[in-house]
Design a binder for this molecule. Structure first.
Ligand SMILES: [Zn+2]
Length: 192
């Protein structure tokens, strides 16, 4: 569903959170929900105010006896940073980091046609970690087998790194047009 833009106390965009996390921060009193005019609300006030709205750009949370809006923008009231968040080391996230391109031939492939490849093979002590794992197409994966890239004559086209979870990183996969209108002026502010 929706994503929520997270601002710090100085109204700088610092992150994008999924809506459940955003609501949790507001519910816990760590953030306030902002409406389009950037009027702040604590959780009870937000529920009371937005339950009367006819429409909400980010949609509504519905339960049998309650309906209130998902905030498109929240502002942290205690911290200037979002509590630290690690990018999970998963197959999906490795493919996302590598742009679904094979690290050896550079071809872009559907996820189903990609494998994880250990640059230094596991059989030779290579770790199962961000810095040693890349996306690889099946033919390259087979060809490389248990060799080092140099031995296989297959130099890496990318340097595998551990990605950082950043505002930019989380926005990149989406076309610019996918950014809600209410975020735009805030992002421009953040870029300034
Ligand atoms: Zn390949």
């Amino acid at each position: 569903m929706s994503r929520t833009l997270v601002l710090n106390r100085s109204f700088r965009a610092v992150a994008v959170a999924d809506w459940q996390r955003a609501l949790t921060l507001v519910y816990m009193g760590l953030a306030e929900a902002l409406d389009e005019a950037l009027t702040p609300y604590d959780f009870p006030a937000w529920v009371a105010a937005s339950s009367n709205w006819v429409e909400a750009p980010a949609g509504f949370v519905r339960s049998p006896n309650l309906r209130f809006a998902v905030p498109e923008v929240i502002r942290l009231v205690r911290y200037d940073r979002v509590p630290h968040r690690e990018v999970a080391f998963t197959r999906h996230n490795v493919f996302a980091r590598d742009g679904r391109r094979c690290a050896y031939c550079g071809r872009r492939k559907p996820t189903e046609e990609l494998d994880l490849d250990h640059v230094i093979p596991r059989s030779r002590g290579g770790p199962h970690a961000w810095t040693n794992v890349v996306a690889s197409c099946r033919p390259c994966n087979l060809k490389k087998a248990d060799k080092l890239p140099e031995e296989a004559g297959m130099p890496l086209k990318v340097r595998p790194v551990k990605p950082r979870w950043t505002l930019l990183g989380s926005l990149i996969p989406h076309p610019r047009t996918d950014i809600p209108a209410s975020w735009k002026k805030l992002l421009d502010l953040a870029d300034a």
